[in-house]
Unconditional design. Structure first.
Length: 261
């Protein structure tokens, strides 16, 4: 049998003999075997649903034990009626389970739809914000263009108003040079003057400053008294008069010299 060992075996390769996990006594059906399908994470630890399943199993076992034997036609008819009633009860329980499962699936489906709607609303909000920003940029650009055109038209109207009678005004050079904000001193770029374009024109270019030969010649032309400075040490101020009296400005120096000695 599976519980015995062979006589002809290899000692190093011999495994543990087979032994069943449990032994069931004859004419007994332990209740724990009906819960063998429950494992940790799948029914264990037991909750309300598992307890309902255990109660139904107990009720079914009690119903099977209460079935009449099939030894007479009346018992057979009674047994058929009990089986039909149990079958209807099983179908009703199954329909109830299906309804519960459908309700759970419906709730999950509602949550998924709600989450999808929220995500879609966020995307729509971002899209609307981007469109609003684009329209705002276009609007600001149009406003700037209108303001530029308005300023241009105002300048044209002011120029026409100055020359309302169609008389030409002579250029007053003295007035232009007297006014430091005139076109002579501060010309505008909108009339075609760009001061940065001819910046090299104002740079000082000198032979004596930009070349080595010019620097050497300039150095030779400078007098020696300019390059060789003579600094005379200043004479100390006399703080004692001819009579031996110390002036007020020299009293502190005299006190400091006495303290130092």
């Amino acid at each position: 049998t599976l519980g015995t060992q062979t006589d002809y075996r290899d000692g190093e390769a011999q495994t543990d003999p087979y032994s069943p996990e449990y032994v069931v006594r004859s004419s007994s059906v332990p209740e724990i075997l009906t819960l063998a399908t429950l494992t940790w994470g799948r029914g264990l630890p037991a909750g309300q649903a598992e307890m309902e399943i255990i109660d139904r199993i107990r009720e079914k076992r009690a119903w099977e034990a209460a079935l009449p034997p099939m030894d007479s036609p009346s018992n057979i008819a009674k047994r058929l009626k009990m089986m039909e009633a149990m079958e209807r009860k099983e179908w009703a329980y199954r329909e109830e389970e299906i309804d519960k499962l459908q309700k759970v699936q419906l709730e999950v489906f509602k949550k998924l739809l709600q989450r999808r709607e929220e995500n879609q609303n966020e995307l729509n909000a971002v899209r609307l914000y981007n469109q609003w920003q684009n329209h705002r940029k276009v609007k600001d650009e149009k406003i700037r263009k209108i303001q530029r055109d308005c300023a241009l038209m105002l300048r044209k109207l002011i120029a026409k108003r100055k020359n309302l009678m169609g008389k030409l005004e002579r250029r007053d050079i003295i007035k232009e040079y007297n006014d430091f904000s005139s076109q002579t001193y501060a010309p505008l770029s909108r009339i075609g003057f760009f001061p940065d374009s001819n910046s090299d024109h104002y740079a000082v270019k000198n032979f004596y400053l930009n070349t080595l030969a010019g620097l050497c010649e300039l150095e030779k032309s400078v007098l020696g008294s300019v390059s060789q400075l003579k600094i005379k040490a200043p004479k100390p101020k006399c703080t004692i008069t001819k009579t031996g009296y110390i002036k007020k400005s020299g009293r502190l120096d005299a006190v400091l010299a006495q303290v130092h000695q």
